[in-house]
Design a protein around this ligand. Structure first.
Ligand code: HEC
Ligand code: HEC
Length: 344
């Protein structure tokens, strides 16, 4: 710093007060707006998590101290296939550019007060087989067989394991995620147990599949299933149970299945005959949606996104709108009709 600049800043300090902080990164505020539009309905306004389904606490200090920007960026852009965490990046059919993803990373980073922990070093000396018994005792009830399909985050997801270092995994097990259901096991388990569990989780890694390239059309055509059928009949209230919707479908009633998720999820699998109308851009589709057929809004989480889409329609005057109560995954496990690909 030249002496002149030094004097200048000293004078500025005396006049307006001095702070050592640099001006706030504009991406944080831009990221906040994106976050509130696309993420808060599941992860919570402050990243507290668990507003919908098992969306994690993105503002958690242990998470932020160990998650690399790359882990967060890739999680957002490519999602966690097979879960309700969609791929939000443009390349996967989502609404976000690379710069938007960076804005979201900056927004989430701003929650971090704990210094980052270097978790890049490999964790060695672990034996997956030995980890299995420990896993069955301490982890299975929450993370499921081979790390998936249970009530909380899938720790075997190929997208996660493609970017999570051994140290990230071990740190989560050792210190937990205070304020969430994830306990810290540092006091219960030995160092060897932690190494074995880390090796076990690592052994579940599989090559990640590429997101679908074919995406649903923005031109919905005629979105009505059974266009000449009778009016659908449902009980009062915003929700309709899957069994009742299926019964109305089989009765030949006029229905529109509105898939409120991000388009990549639609291409991976959707209810047969559904149209893709993401919850964050429902207004763009108003002119294409009928008012004389019952619209069944659905997502997988099980009804945060579909609820938001239904609210937008009701606010704009639609009266025949129902939210599929148990969501897409339940519909699918019942063996009700679903379809893979970009076409209804
Ligand atoms: C009571 C339920 C519960 C138990 C028991 C539990 N976990 Fe977790 N685990 C969670 C939850 C919930 C999260 C996500 C927390 C958050 O919001 O950040 C999590 C997160 C993790 C993560 C970080 C994943 C990521 O991408 O952020 C790892 C790794 C993990 N758990 C491994 C384990 C292992 C190994 C065990 C057994 C030693 C275990 N967990 C036991 C509930 C549990
Ligand atoms: C429909 C609910 C939902 C919405 C909307 C959503 N997420 Fe998620 N997100 C989840 C769930 C559920 C998981 C855990 C997935 C799993 O089990 O692997 C997750 C996981 C993540 C992870 C990985 C966390 C970890 O510990 O590994 C990141 C990062 C993330 N979400 C960021 C976002 C951002 C940013 C947005 C908005 C652009 C967003 N999510 C929108 C439900 C959602």
């Amino acid at each position: 710093m030249s002496p002149r600049v030094g004097w200048l800043s000293l004078i500025t300090c005396l006049v307006v007060g001095c702070t050592s902080e640099s001006p706030p990164d504009p991406r944080i505020e831009e990221g906040r707006l994106l976050y509130e539009r696309y993420c808060a309905l599941c992860h919570g306004k402050k990243g507290e998590g668990y507003v919908a389904d098992n969306a994690t606490a993105l503002g958690n200090q242990e998470f932020l101290a160990t998650a690399s920007d790359e882990l967060i960026r890739r999680g957002i852009a490519r999602g966690r296939p097979g879960t309700t965490m969609s791929a939000w990046g443009k390349a996967a059919g989502g609404p976000l550019s690379d710069a938007d993803v960076d804005r979201l990373v900056a927004f989430l980073r701003a929650f971090q007060s704990k210094p980052s922990v270097d978790v890049r070093a490999p964790v060695t000396g672990g034996e997956p087989l030995r980890g299995q018994a420990v896993y069955a005792t301490f982890c299975l009830e929450c993370h499921g067989v081979e790390g998936k399909g249970q009530k909380y985050i899938s720790i075997a997801n190929p997208e996660l394991l493609a970017v999570a270092s051994d140290g990230f995994v071990r740190h989560a097990i050792e210190f937990g995620r205070p304020g969430t259901p994830m306990p810290g096991f540092g006091a219960t388990l030995t160092d060897q147990n932690l190494r074995d569990l880390t090796a076990l989780v690592r052994s579940w890694a599989k090559p990640a599949t590429e997101p679908p390239t074919e995406l649903p059309s923005k031109d919905l055509g005629n979105p009505v299933v059974n266009p000449t059928g009778p009016d659908a009949v449902f009980d009062a209230g915003p929700y309709a149970p899957a069994a009742k919707v299926k019964a109305e479908l089989d009765r030949g009633a006029r229905l529109v299945f509105l898939d409120a998720r991000a388009p990549g999820d639609y291409s991976r699998e959707h209810i047969t005959g559904a149209v893709s109308v993401p919850f964050y851009s429902v207004t763009d589709y108003f002119s294409q949606l009928p008012r004389d057929a019952t619209i069944i809004s659905y997502c997988a989480c099980p009804h945060a996104e579909s609820g938001a889409a239904a609210d937008a329609l009701v606010k704009a005057g639609w009266t025949k709108v129902k939210v599929l109560d148990e969501g897409f995954f339940h519909w699918k496990t019942q063996g009700y009709p679903t379809k893979v690909g970009a076409k209804p």
